[in-house]
Design a protein. Sequence first.
Length: 1268
Amino acid sequence: MVYYLHSYNILNLKYILESDEEVRSWLVSQLRLLCGWRPPQEEEETKQLQQKVLSSVVGVLVGAGFELRRDPAAADRRLSLLCCSILDDLLFWVLDIVDESLMLESAEAGAELWIQIFDASLCGVSVSADCLQRFFKHSLTQTLTYKPRLKVSDAITLQNEWTFAKASRLLTSLFRQLAVVFSVEQLLRHLQQVLETHEVNWKHVLCFLSTLLVYYQCAQPSLKELLSRLLNSAFEGYDLENLITAFLLARQGGLEGPGIFPSYSDWFKMSFGGGSSYHASSKKSLVFLLKFLSDLVPFEPPQYLKVHILHPPYVPVKHRSLLMEYVSLAKTRLADLKESVEDMGLYEDVSAAGTSVQPQCQAAQDVDKAVSLFESTGRISATVMEASIFRRPYFLTRFLPALLTPRVLPVKVDARMSFIEALKKADKIPAAQYSSYMESCQKQRQQNMNATCSDGNDDPLEVLKVQLQEFAELVVDGNDGDMSAQLSRISHTLSVIFPGRPDDPIGQKVISLHTDAPPSSELHVKVVNMILRNFCQCLLNSSKSNPPNKQSPWASRFVSALLGNTQLLSSLIHRLWDLLHNQWLSLNAAHILGLAAFLVHLYSLVSRGPLVQLVLPIRLEPVPAEEALSLALSCSTHANMLFCARLCVAAVCYGICREDSLPQQQDCIPHSLYKKLLYLIPRLLPEARGTVADAGLSEQLEEKQTGLWSSITDSNNTWRKTAWHLWRNAAFQQLRQIPQYQLLFSEWLANELRVLRSEDALPDAERQEYQQWACMELYLTRPEKQGGCGGDMKNLCSHLLNAIMDQQLSSWQSLEAQQHRVPGRGTCLPDILSRLQELVYEMDMMERSGSHGSRAGVGDFLFEVLFQRCSSTVTSQSISTDVSLQRLLHTWNRVLLALPAVLLIKVNTDGGGTTLSCNRLIEHINQHQRKACSPAGVLSCKITAHFLRGLLGASVRCGQPTYEVNKAWSQISVQCPVLLISTVHWWQRLRPVLLSLWRRLCDEQTLPEQLQLLTECQHWACSLEKGQLLQMPPAAALLLAASLHRVWRGCEANKQSFKAALNFLRPDRDSKYRQVLVFLLFLCVNDHLTTLLYPQERSYEEGRALCTELLAVLMDSPDWLLIFKSSEQSIYQSVTMVTSDDFTKLMPWAFCSLLLLQSAELLQRAVRCPGFLHTAIVCYLSMLQLFLEGNTQSLDTESSKKQLVAEPSHILGRTKQFLLRAISQTPLTLLSSGQLRQLESLSAELDPELAAALSVQLEPSSPEMDFL
């Protein structure tokens, strides 16, 4: 009735307000009833009339109550107060519904309808803008100060419950409506003014702040400025009110998550953690801060106390005691809350995003972090070790139970199992607890129970489903503020499903990606699938009308909201890996586009995103999430390539279309996906193999992004058309000039070597053409700064060699090799080897045509490549390094055997003549090849034959081939003993091959004299074995010894014939005989040491017998001792170049073990031998040093398995007793005083008892004087 009277100008409302004294009571009640009344849904006109009535009445009330007049009369002032009072009564009615939780449907609907009245479009028709602002400001003030019952201490305690996601929707809607006519700066200034002049309702104040932060992105910097002003004011005037306000506001911002405002931990460290902080200027300021923090202790939630303890404010050293008082108080409070320091996690998360984590949950997070660190370092972290000692209650009652949670153990040992075993070996797990754990795991396996961690409550899932649907609708029709609010609610729901809190924001998170792990709990998989499906659907909906650069920032905010929850993020990344690596066949075009966009946003948020550590590391260090997921995209088969190309094309197109300039596009285009396109598009589209500078192509570069986006979203387009469209795009080509977007030649090779030939997109002939184009046209001419070879053929070959070796070395541990390698399906390794052979041959032809006299041969280049690889491998002395080096050399030899042998020998053409130079080959064998011999001291037959074929082949380039071969072999016999011995060892197999080759090369029927000498030495050795006495050939002693060793070890020679041969070669008959026998002893000792390392009963017995017979003949001559003195110069020095240095270090072990196998009579002779006792003591001390350093562990375990020889400790003990007896019984003349002092000094630390025995010989009563 009042509305009609007013609208038809019969009796306006203003007159009624002025004349009716009871108007306040009945108008307020009638307005409430009108708001609470709900017309039938089909009566749309009635609804509109309801809104008109309310807006008309409110317009009059606002105009009369808030319009400014210069000299208002008393009646006007009374009317103004009356209107304000009516409007306040209705506002308080709404606030009572919010605060008293009167959630009756009618009451809530009525309050919501009244809140809608706070709209400039409804009220602004009848009132001015200034009047409306005054009304809104007044209403805001009334809301912030309504019923200020809560104290500051209550706000500190209850603040965690007042986040945006937990606040009443009515309250946040009211704040949003009231804020719409003001800027953020105006609102925060008004908030500060209200806080300074009124008692406030802290719940409303903090919810208002959260609403601002969620709905307005620009609120974050404005709040930071406000906090800075408050802190400055607080410490300038020691104003406690401003300090309290700053802390409450900063904590409220942190509660909304890192995507909205920095965490409280970050803010506290930034504000108080440095020497230039607010409180650092004086002791008074420091005391002011610490007293404030101390006053908060009784009311604070535990996570804030932990922040203050773990990241304390900056305190000068002289005032440290003040801080310690606060820390002690805070720890006491934590203990009262049953969250004492002992219950703090090892890697406690101290962000303020939620309530404190239960100790069980914290322990589970600690376990995950500890296992992750163990994976990346291979060692138990210091934090865990310290906790096992200094925080033993937490370690035993929290950490270990969380670690030893029973589960079905995987067949292949995973990181968690390895970590448990490491702790067990370190005696950190009680035996009973470990046994119980293993039994429980076994029971689970027997019962075949696949435990799932279902939440058991479907409500959060249903809530999330509805929230995601509402978000999808907002993406199309809503505004930014609504979307941000909805994302806050979604984040809150996800925090219930994934209760793990965010990591401490000091550094980036590291998530372990278990590529072969079983899926997460069923609930988590459902949630992640729901999130990804919703993202894909939102992208499709928003892309129907606008390209990415015209869309709202919904996608970036969506992904950003997921980054704060580590547990969710881990499940999400695992699911993405599974989809991209295993289930890609099930993805349709919409899925591919959506996942591509998701990867783009992960990349653009890399600074806030996690790092990912693959459990089976393809690379050593953790990488950003997008880069780790790009490794899931295999390019090994035709089908893989097509899927990878489609996904990468979609991602790069989305990134290019999202921004308009190159610098911005770099932040949106993942370089790992871009480089996959640089590899795939030229491979699959031959027309793309022309460079950008080619005629015609540069003119076809397209500048516009609209056509690019339409090509990716058009279902009628094939991926080839889209890829070609993208390839010609100007922005795409411009990215190739940026270093991180350039596909290096090494990366191209790595990709190509993973392709399976049988399933390649290209047939053999086309693959050959493509590889030749890539090598010779693309990368050979490309500058090195752009990932090419700068026109250098050697650089190109070096890349090929390294790639081939890397591929073979990493194949045993490569994730892709494990998952894709199937017998009979080979990679493109043969093709790349063919390219290498082509290039090496071309290099050789070019060098042969050169005019310079002494050319640096291809062989020198090949040896230099290996030298560089070995230098980078040998970084420390360890077993793993030795194994890596041996694997490297075996791989190198396989590559070497695929190249022409003749290239390994350098040909000099100085002075008009042509000669061979074997210096680099000899250096190569002595420095590298001898380290990979198996058995020790013998090269493989294949590599030995390869070197000799190279020697014969290169000699035909010289004028006198036979002379050059003889000269080269003479040099090899002296300088390269391992090749000499290997040639003798394999001579029966090598001779026919080499003779056939020599006949083809030179048309001669016999080998050169030096090689023919090997045959003569073999005949001579065989004659000795048969008891025939042929004349000794004029060969080197080592060659003769090697021939004898080969004959006796290669046939069933009896002991009598061996003795007869030794009798003929008695050392007293000829010095040449003695040298032969000493070299033969070395080879036999070498065999004996090999049997100690790799026990074989027959070999052990034979080797021991041969050594014993040789020692019996040589015992009276000191020459045999020289083979155990590798550091002394002698005619036997060459034996040190036969085996590896590590093998030579074990010679003292062979000496001691052989010594104890000899008869007492032979040992007596040994003691009388000049130099024996000195050598024996040095060998014993060397062996003891090896034992103490743990280098005899392999000997211990391998030998004890066969029970052929005693354990190292037993042999050491027996050797020591023998030496002590020998020292006490030895004539003083056998050891000089200088030798005694040297031995005493060496044994002083290693064996004091032996040193004492030697010191007896140095008593002053000794008549000897050493003049030497």
